[in-house]
Design a protein around this ligand. Structure first.
Ligand code: GSH
Length: 270
């Protein structure tokens, strides 16, 4: 397979990386994926960003290194403005898209991650298939060996303490309420205007881990045991307009744009 002009450095499990894959797919751009192991990944991300950033996603686009999923979305918009446009060029709609993108990046991004990891760990869920399933066999094994250390680092870095986890539950529910206000309770509406924008992509991808939607990286795996707190949250969110909205964005928009999760997409225009 010929190499793409773009390479995405990522964790398969990360919803920020899912957001970037969706942004790339929405632009019809091809990209290769390099999956990293949490922890040692910093050697790669720090080298790429000349010491500036440790996090994934990092995109290298024709030699240009861009870190942070929002920066990547904006870079893609500047570089490939019309394939299709995902941010209005000017005016109040542009301001709204940028504000909503930033809001969901923080609210869904940080708080879904903390809440979900806390309950996955408490319920002893096996996260290795999602974290390392796409890796070549030797790295899968290494990942399994390192998993207890990775989990400890996640507990510490994302502050998985009971008060913080409770705060995140409240915040992620507040984010769903805002989503419902913005779409006026109608799961068929986009957040701003009549077409998909980077704000929709941020909200849908960052709430995605709660819902296990078919075609998302978080879809149920055979034999997977879902901790009861997660199953309850999933049912409660799916019963409301915000959950139905995320489902529709995956079913109607993500499915149309992507050739499948994890595909090294050969591009429409890449
Ligand atoms: N605001 C950043 C957040 C990225 C982020 O927190 N990435 C996590 C994975 S979900 C990460 O790389 N964690 C490992 C680390 O911080 O070393 C973005 O949008 O890219």
């Amino acid at each position: 397979m010929p190499q793409s002009e773009r390479k995405l450095y990522q964790f398969p499990i990360s919803h920020y990386c899912e957001k970037t894959r969706w942004n790339l797919d929405a632009k019809g751009l091809s990209y290769d994926i390099e999956n990293l192991i949490p922890g040692p990944h910093r050697l790669v991300t720090k080298r790429l960003t000349k010491g500036n950033r440790g996090t994934v996603p990092v995109l290298v686009d024709r030699g240009v290194v861009v870190a942070d999923s929002t920066e990547i979305a904006l870079h893609l918009e500047r570089t490939y403005p019309s394939t299709p446009a995902l941010v209005p060029v000017s005016g109040s709609e542009r301001e709204r898209v940028l504000e909503l993108e930033a809001f969901f990046d923080e609210t869904a991004g940080k708080h879904v991650r903390r809440w979900a990891y806390a309950h996955l760990f408490a319920g002893n869920a096996d996260i290795a298939p999602l974290m390392f399933g796409d890796f070549p066999a030797p790295l899968r094994l290494l990942g399994r060996v390192l998993l207890p250390v990775i989990k400890q680092a996640i507990r510490k870095q994302y502050q998985l303490t009971p008060p913080k986890v409770e705060e995140s539950r409240v915040k992620l529910l507040e984010g769903l309420e805002r989503l419902e206000r913005e779409i006026q309770g109608d799961p068929s509406r986009y957040l701003v205007g009549a077409s998909l924008s980077i704000a929709d992509i941020a909200a849908a991808s960052l709430y995605g881990p709660l819902l296990a939607i078919e075609g998302s990286p978080y879809a149920a795996r055979p034999g997977e045991i879902v901790p009861p707190a997660i199953a309850e949250m999933r049912a409660a969110v799916l019963a409301r307009p915000a959950g139905q909205w995320v489902l529709r964005r995956y079913q109607e928009d993500r499915r149309r744009l992507a050739r499948g999760y994890g595909a090294r997409s050969e591009a429409a225009n890449g």
